[in-house]
Design a protein around this ligand. Structure first.
Ligand code: BGC
Length: 764
């Protein structure tokens, strides 16, 4: 390390003051590269799992407490010159001081035992708060955040997470997920901002700003480098299962999947992770067109391209496009990969790549290109001067200040979907029975990526926070609120196994209560373990709901799930439905405040809530999806049968929309459309309302979507108040991608709509 501080010092005298830091950075990197051997370069392109260098039985499993093993670390970091490490040991969260101690040791070995003293870059998945740090602030998951329709919540989450990740001595975060979460079957829908491209873009950009700072100065010790993922089309599989084939036409890829990444790149996102699946039969990790033609050349992305977990290996093992491991390495690196998340058998990746360069199968310029980007990232993060940040400098870690922001996000996201006879908020001092497998645990409130990969350790780590049951007890008194599970998730089974615990007891208790708060949904999961064969809610949960309904007591159904499981069987039996998604450690408190009326709900669905297993379409479907005429004729009028529509969510206030106006009736392609609408809060309760502006292209050369969200804003409207809401919509935003793969606005008639109002305009 000393060598480089000296180098920077000398350099500062050699460079005239007016020359930018950019110039200094270039010179520094050029100088470093010019001294590096091929092996040193390939080491920089290698990322290993920390279990590989930690003490323990083998490279896949470590022992507690987490400690770096000298021999293993020297082999990886010095002999093989590995430049990056990720993850935690055995998928378990660590305390900030443990992170500090271990990452300090890693940097010490990498920087002092290698002749060039290049720091390691440590990366982690901190996707709704700092996942793998004990004591960190856990926010709602991305899907929940999107339901707030307030991108500020995404900024706050990333801002806090950057701080707390740096407090854990880690400068690089594999977040945000910018995938389009439009398939309710997909096991990672909850990691996205939902089904609408504009929501994903707006929230995604705020995450980048929160992580990297408004000036993108990631040498700031409170900021991390973001890693957008998973480029591109990851969720668009045919099967709805993780890492299975997708078939995506170019125009669809451009219009629906690429834009969120494009906007994040424009916002300065430093790194990107590649889709672990296949598009049109080609594994994305071997797709030169996607990585170079699109990502580098068209989108101008200049940062580090990282593989996902073992994905170079999978070109051979899983996808069978490479006959050997070595051929897989050649394919991926030549397709544009800069760093391989190996993460275990690093020797083979390293040896293969060195040989490939020596044999002329991978040119040295490609290696230099990758290594330059990696060194640039390390430089920008300030790692050469400040390789480890110290938790003692982070007094706000896990603070009340941070926790308040997580609570705020949860309370703005929770979505009221049904409220018959205004049964909510609960009146008076009722006696309450909390029932269901999701009623009394922190695990299901948080979802996966919470203290561990699959989230199974959450109750151990988050014991200080309130489950739904505990939060309601705090609100209404211990003797007024009871809990009976009724049915439970089976211990040690797969995540979907359930067992009947005490349905009869639940029914008996229900009879003695004023209200049943029925907490149903899912256990935690992500990736392959979350693949699903049946989108229906588990049959035991349905049975529980039906038995409880027989008591005649009012049922408030609380949905606590990572994707919309079908509830059409039991929804008619309920008096109210509240979707809390995965609201994080403060979800129980936020829900209790909403049920009691202390907080007025304002969340809106960021996805379509389907009613039937064979009707899984997002809100931007094509006209031919509407075929539900009872005579069986094709009249293409009517509606698709959703349980609840995208953008839907009730409030305790009542909002009335009127006077939708545009400043003109006809526009040219370069014009801006000025739209206004009046929204009145006709109730006696102050509320937050999200005003959503949609457009419909009435005729186009590619069958137009029924409608598309073009803008939105969430505002507070006081009881009785009327607000005029204005949007300025550039005509260019009405575009779609045509068969030539170009964004175009085709002149003609368009319909603009807000709530139930609409207005036609003409584009010339
Ligand atoms: C996931 C990524 C994650 C990576 C590292 C992969 O299995 O697909 O989203 O960043 O693991 O943990």
């Amino acid at each position: 390390m000393k060598k480089y501080i000296y180098f920077l010092f000398v350099l500062s005298f050699l460079i005239p003051f007016h020359e930018s830091l950019g110039n200094e950075k270039e010179k520094f990197i050029e100088n470093l590269i010019s001294q590096m051997t091929l092996e040193e370069k390939v080491g920089q392109m290698t990322q290993i799992n920390i279990t590989v260098i930690a003490k323990g039985p083998n490279r896949f499993s470590s022992s507690f407490p987490m400690e770096i093993d000298d021999v293993r670390a020297n082999k990886a970091l010095v002999d093989y010159k590995v430049g990056s490490v990720l993850n935690t040991i055995n998928n378990t969260a660590q305390k900030p001081n443990v992170w500090y101690k271990n990452i300090s040791k890693i940097q010490d070995i990498a920087m002092n035992k290698n002749r060039l003293g290049i720091p390691v870059i440590y990366g982690i998945d901190a996707i709704h708060g700092t996942t793998y740090t004990d004591g960190a602030t856990m926010f709602p998951q991305q899907i929940t955040t999107a339901a707030s329709w307030n991108p500020e919540n995404a900024y706050n989450m990333a801002f806090v997470c950057a701080y707390e990740t740096r407090a854990s001595a880690i400068p690089w975060n594999f977040s945000p997920v910018l995938d389009l979460g439009f398939d309710p079957r997909f096991p990672r829908q909850f990691e996205t901002f939902g089904e609408d491209p504009l929501l994903v873009e707006r929230f995604g950009v705020e995450m980048i700003k929160g992580y990297q700072g408004l000036d993108n100065n990631v040498s700031n010790k409170y900021k991390v480098a973001a890693c957008m993922k998973h480029f591109v089309g990851y969720h668009a599989t045919i099967s709805g299962k993780d890492r299975t084939p997708a078939y995506i036409p170019d125009n669809v890829l451009s219009e629906f999947h690429i834009e969120s990444f494009k906007k994040a790149i424009e916002a300065g996102a430093k790194t990107i992770m590649i889709n672990s699946g296949l598009i049109n039969g080609i594994p994305v990790h071997a797709d030169y067109n996607i990585l170079i033609n699109i990502l580098r050349n068209k989108l101008g992305f200049d940062g580090v391209i990282l593989t996902d977990w073992e994905d170079i290996r999978k070109l051979h093992d899983r996808d069978k496009v490479a006959k050997t491991q070595k051929e897989a390495v050649k394919m991926a690196i030549n397709a544009g990969i800069d760093m391989s998340m190996v993460p275990h058998e690093y020797e083979q990746f390293f040896d293969d790549l060195v040989e490939l360069v020596n044999e002329g199968e991978v040119v040295i310029d490609r290696i230099d290109d990758a290594v330059k980007r990696i060194l640039k990232l390390k430089f920008e993060l300030g790692l050469f001067q400040n390789p480890v940040t110290n938790y003692e400098d982070y007094i706000d870690f896990g603070s009340k200040k941070h926790q308040k922001l997580a609570y705020k996000s949860a309370s703005e996201s929770i979505t009221l979907l049904k409220n018959s006879d205004n049964i909510l908020p609960l009146k008076g001092k009722p006696s309450i029975l909390v029932v269901g497998p999701n009623g009394n645990n922190m695990r299901t409130l948080n979802g996966a990526w919470t203290y561990s990969w699959q989230g199974e350790l959450t109750d151990k780590f988050a014991g200080d926070f309130n489950t739904i049951y505990e939060a309601l007890q705090n609100k209404y008194g211990k003797n007024k609120v009871k809990y009976v599970a009724g049915v439970s998730y089976k211990d040690g089974g797969n995540y979907y196994d359930m067992e009947e615990s005490d349905i009869n007891n639940a029914v008996t208790e229900a009879k003695n209560s004023d209200y049943i708060i029925l907490c149903l949904g899912e256990n935690t999961y992500t990736e392959k373990p979350g693949d699903l064969n049946d989108l229906n809610l588990h049959k035991l949960q349905v049975k529980l709901a039906k038995k409880l309904a027989e008591t005649g007591k009012p049922i408030i159904l609380i949905l606590n799930l990572g994707r919309p499981r079908l509830i059409s069987d039991i929804e008619p039996l309920t008096n109210a439905v509240v979707n809390i998604y995965l609201p994080g450690n403060f979800g129980g408190d936020a829900l209790a405040d909403i049920l009691s009326g202390e907080v007025n709900p304002s969340g809106k669905l960021p996805y379509t809530y389907p009613a039937f297993p064979n009707s899984l379409i997002p809100y931007y479907y094509k006209p031919s999806e509407v075929q539900n005429n009872s005579q069986g004729s094709y009249n293409y009028v009517g509606e698709v049968n959703n349980q609840y529509d995208f953008g839907f969510g009730l409030s305790y206030s009542e909002f009335r929309y009127s006077d939708l106006k545009t400043n003109k009736n006809q526009y040219n392609l370069n014009d801006i459309i000025k739209i206004s609408v009046n929204v009145q809060n006709s109730s006696e309760i102050d509320g937050l309302e999200t005003i959503q502006l949609y457009s419909s292209d009435l005729y186009a050369s590619i069958t137009p979507d029924i409608k598309r969200l073009r803008d939105f804003t969430k505002v507070k409207i006081e009881a009785g108040e009327i607000k005029t809401i204005e949007f300025n919509l550039p005509v260019s935003e009405l575009s779609f991608v045509n068969s030539e793969n170009e964004f175009v606005v085709e002149p003609g008639k368009f319909k603009l709509s807000i709530d139930k109002l609409s207005k036609e305009i003409i584009i010339r």
